[in-house]
Ligand binder design. Structure first.
Ligand code: PBG
Length: 324
């Protein structure tokens, strides 16, 4: 008789035939730094995730290095916001300062990714600037993205995480980086990014209050083929890595993109996905760590090489401690 159970009969047998791995090297840790904060502050809805001060995040990064998490993705929360998101491309703004200090202290021992988007910096909370009708103006936004790319690269970012979903953003930024001698700075393109209610707790993390929604620029979750188009365009325009976001309700997209992409694929397990697991675990409804592992493995199994997750540091430590 054919018995699939034979290959499940012992721990070592299962290890031998396991198809999917999850290692610290696969993880990116998002980090929030808040301007003007005097002590760290836990983010509402995201237990265990902190808004860091301009000092505390550096110690946290040491922990990432020790745990062999290779990469950090920075989000900054500025004190001042305006219509044009000026602090985003202020050469001495909070995000730029954070990138600069990190590069000075850590050099190449962490891959420093800076979020490249205006939403943390605009008073209206949109990812770009608005035209006279209150609609996000794609091409005017691209100019500001290029300025932002320039200051973040100057500060020492290794990669820029283009999360704004403006058409042509990867090409415009690539061109401006190349002409400013930043040929080595890479682009992690949020290529397939859906307008999602799972970003809810992130708003608390960056204290951004959005009027309306992002449906005119982020993708409609009823669509699947569109992601391949977005990914294709971003690769054509010079993306070094493409990312799918969110991850858990979008594993079909991760699988499609993984099958079709000629560059490495990342997936972002977002704030709402994190919050649901933490809340269910805190209520005693699920067994926390096994659920987290199962989720992260499923993202790897779907085909993502890299996972951006708020659990990166903890899970990297956990993986190391389970080795024998
Ligand atoms: C936009 C951005 C968002 C997230 C990352 N970058 C918010 C949005 O698009 O509404 C969400 C991340 C998360 O929910 O964990 N710069």
């Amino acid at each position: 008789m054919i018995r699939p159970r034979r290959l499940r009969s012992s721990y070592q047998m299962r290890e031998m035939v396991a198809e999917t791995t999850l290692l610290p090297q696969h993880l990116i840790q998002p980090v929030f730094v808040r301007e003007g904060l005097t002590g760290t502050r836990e983010i509402a809805g995201m237990p265990g995730v902190l808004q860091h001060t301009e000092e505390s995040y550096l110690d946290y990064l040491e922990e990432l290095v020790v745990a062999k998490v290779p990469s950090v993705m920075f989000f900054a929360v500025p004190e001042l916001r305006d219509e044009l998101g000026s602090e985003a491309y202020n050469p001495d703004g909070i995000l730029t300062r954070v990138v600069r200090s990190t590069r000075e202290r850590f050099g190449d021992s962490l891959v420093i990714i800076a979020d490249l988007c205006l939403d943390e910096f605009t008073s209206h909370g949109h990812c770009g600037v608005l035209d006279n009708n209150g609609v996000v103006d794609n091409d005017a936004t691209l100019e500001l993205y290029c300025k932002m790319a320039e200051v973040l690269s100057e500060a020492g970012a290794h990669m820029l995480g283009t999360s704004g979903m403006m058409d042509g953003q990867v090409g415009a930024i690539r061109k401006s980086l190349d002409s400013a001698d930043h040929v080595d700075v890479g682009i992690l393109a949020y290529a397939a990014k859906y307008a999602s209610a799972f970003y809810g707790p992130f708003r608390n993390a960056v204290e951004s209050e959005l009027d309306g929604d992002r449906k005119t620029y982020q993708q409609d979750y009823r669509n699947r083929k569109e992601s391949l188009r977005e990914v294709e365009l971003d690769i054509e325009q010079g993306a070094d890595i493409v990312m799918v976001k969110p991850a858990m309700s979008y594993l079909d997209i991760v699988a499609d993109v993984a099958k079709n992409s000629s560059v490495p694929v990342a997936a972002y397990v977002v704030s709402g996905e994190y919050a649901m697991v933490e809340a269910a675990a805190a209520a005693g409804l699920i067994d926390r760590l096994p659920v987290i592992f199962e989720m992260l493995y499923s993202v790897r199994r779907a085909g993502a090489q890299i996972i951006c997750t708020y659990w990166a540091l903890e899970i990297a430590r956990e993986i190391e401690s389970r080795k024998f």
